[in-house]
Design a protein around this ligand. Structure first.
Ligand code: ZN
Ligand code: ZN
Length: 267
């Protein structure tokens, strides 16, 4: 979940924790967007500034104290970026190294101006090429050693970057990405925010979850909440599906160490 520091979320973190408590969720990791102070990255005001990081961390730690009596453990994570130009990743790597994080997500926000520019510059014009390129970059991200879990793995289907997404037509490249997640012993995120927008489908697509289950991919789960009342959104609807696909457990991270839990039952 996010904080108002990124400029496109609402509500105080303690309100998110209160909804978590109501939803029967006892561990909540705040993963606001990492600062990207690179002019061409994207629209202004969609990420916190680097000089707000200390404020972010104290906000999360204060929330953790306040949420203890609610029975909700609040952890301090960050949603980092995946991007094909390594030179642009250096300031981000400094931030990842400078602070102790509980959890680092790896996201390729294909809708950001920087990635759209990259696609254009490299003449990746049609939808099929764009989707293949997206999953190849996600695979590179999985292999980079930066991230604990690869988030909203098929978000390229949302926000109009491509006009349609049929995972079956990209099975090889998607399986390559999943294999990298397995080989690197990291996780993939099931992100329920996809059910509220675009194709109204979970990230990743249920077919990708079939492949992931078959290949032994480990999962984290996130609601990607940008407002308190979406905390835990659709966890209850998604959980039986994950069970049917053979997933028996979920994972979260504390101090960047993976912790396994039995698949919870939300109802
Ligand atoms: Zn956001
Ligand atoms: Zn994201």
């Amino acid at each position: 979940m996010h904080t108002t520091l990124c400029g496109h979320a609402i509500g105080a973190p303690i309100e998110y924790a209160m909804v978590a408590m109501e939803q029967g969720i006892n561990v909540m990791t705040i993963t606001c967007h990492i600062p990207m102070e690179w002019e061409a990255f994207g629209q202004a005001g969609i990420r916190m500034r680097r000089d707000q990081l200390d404020q972010y961390r104290s906000l999360v730690h204060d929330t953790a104290e306040k949420a203890k009596p609610l029975g909700v453990e609040v952890l301090c994570g960050i949603e980092a970026e995946v991007y094909p130009d390594e030179a642009q990743m250096e300031p981000m790597d400094e931030i990842l190294a400078e602070y102790e994080w509980d959890f680092v997500l790896g996201s390729l926000h294909a809708q950001c101006r920087s990635y759209l520019t990259w696609l254009k510059k490299n003449k990746v014009n049609d939808d099929a090429m764009r989707i293949d390129s997206y999953f190849r970059h996600l695979k590179d991200g999985a292999q980079s050693g930066r991230y604990d879990s690869m988030s909203h793995p098929d978000v390229i289907r949302t926000y109009g970057v491509v006009s349609g997404f049929k995972p079956a037509e990209h099975e090889d490249v998607i399986r390559d990405f999943l294999q990298a997640v397995v080989d690197e012993d990291i996780c993939m995120e099931v992100n329920t925010s996809g059910l509220t927008k675009g194709d109204f489908e979970v990230h990743p697509d249920p077919l990708i979850l079939d492949w992931a289950s078959e290949m032994g991919v480990k999962l984290t789960i996130g609601s990607d909440s940008h407002r308190p009342n979406s905390v835990g959104q659709f966890f209850d609807t998604i959980q039986p599906m994950l069970g049917e696909k053979g997933f028996k457990d979920l994972h979260y991270f504390r101090g960047r160490k993976r912790i396994r839990i039995d698949m919870p039952k939300w109802d």
